[in-house]
Write a protein that binds this ligand. Structure first.
Ligand code: SF4
Length: 319
């Protein structure tokens, strides 16, 4: 593959499809957070991206990479840091739109700038927006994401709520779980007060995949599953990244399968992780008998007996 400075991939992803990534801070990490779980080389948090790549450079590399890899599903805007700190984001999206030729567009952002109306307008032009929201109490946020002082969690939450009102694409929230920090009952209770008011299409909860710079431990799949069970059942929670979490296969009777799915609809990834082979066969039989239903939610297929009933009305994806 040709080496590009601002384009990387393609990277297959279960959550988003095969993606060609755009890195808006190719020289070094530039982020306004310093998360305990960050897998990038440690760097002092900053308010803006220094020496950003020119829009022309990114666009011409993207055009060439799309020619080289026509089989991708999505163009992902990201950074070695925070992509919404890139000063020419709106202009870049104009140029991506001109060459994207049917591919979906996605941004992975830490949500720190979503309180700014011009950023909301820019993000609303993308098909999928994935926003991190690791904590909803200021103490947890300062401890885990360690932002620059100007970042205000209350404004982020309000910004997300405001964004949802006008956004017609897929809004996905991501919570990276770190043991003892945002896994406490107090934090989950706070999540349960706030998340149902945000109208996310999907809420991914995950854990660290690789050991980060700071000494934090990944959660096992079972631990993530137990935490998922503490969230308000109206929330479209999805356990992300379980292929790297410790496998936790077990045997379930028909009734136990139905009880598990009644508590929370699961994706095929969850089913493969949780159910042993005999249980999988029982699951398939229940599916054939119509005792289990399927539903497409936030770009993924969920299996359940009842589906998330969010309290917030949200717009349907237009495309
Ligand atoms: S927001 Fe992302 S890039 Fe920034 S410190 Fe956190 S994990 Fe690293």
């Amino acid at each position: 593959m040709t080496r590009y400075r601002t384009i990387f991939g393609p990277i297959p992803s279960r959550r988003f499809g095969t993606s060609l990534g755009i890195d808006l801070s190719p020289g070094k990490k530039q982020c306004n957070y310093d998360c305990l779980y960050c897998e990038l080389a440690a760097a002092k948090p900053v308010e803006s991206i220094e020496n950003p790549p020119a829009v022309d450079e990114v666009t011409s590399e993207l055009k060439a990479a799309l020619k080289e890899h026509p089989d991708i599903d999505v163009i992902t805007i990201t950074a070695n840091g925070e992509p919404t700190l890139y000063p020419f984001l709106d202009e870049l999206i104009d140029r991506i739109d001109a060459v994207k030729n049917g591919y979906r567009t996605l941004i992975l952002t830490n949500a720190s700038t979503i309180h700014l109306p011009h950023i909301r307008t820019t993000l609303a032009r993308l098909d999928t927006v994935k926003l991190s929201l690791d904590c909803v109490t200021p103490e947890c946020f300062r401890k885990l994401d360690r932002p620059v002082p100007s970042v205000d969690l209350k404004k982020i939450v309000e910004g997300i709520r405001e964004f949802r009102k006008g956004y017609r694409g897929e809004m996905i929230l991501e919570i990276l779980m770190v043991k003892g920090i945002n896994t406490t009952d107090e934090e989950i209770e706070a999540f349960n007060r706030i998340l149902p008011t945000l109208g996310a299409d999907r809420i991914d909860i995950g854990t660290v995949d690789r050991p980060p710079a700071y000494p934090i431990e990944p959660l096992s799949y079972r631990e993530l599953h137990a935490i998922a069970g503490k969230f308000d059942p109206s929330l479209p929670i999805h356990i992300a990244g379980r292929h790297k979490a410790k496998e936790a296969k077990g045997a379930f009777s028909d009734e136990e399968i139905l009880t598990t799915l009644r508590k929370r609809p699961l994706t095929m990834d969850d089913i493969e992780t949780l159910f042993d082979e005999a249980t999988r066969k029982r699951f398939e039989a229940l599916l054939k008998e119509g005792k289990i239903e399927t539903k497409r939610i936030g770009g993924l297929t969920f299996y359940g007996t009842e589906f998330f009933k969010q309290k917030v009305k949200k717009s349907k994806k237009s495309s």
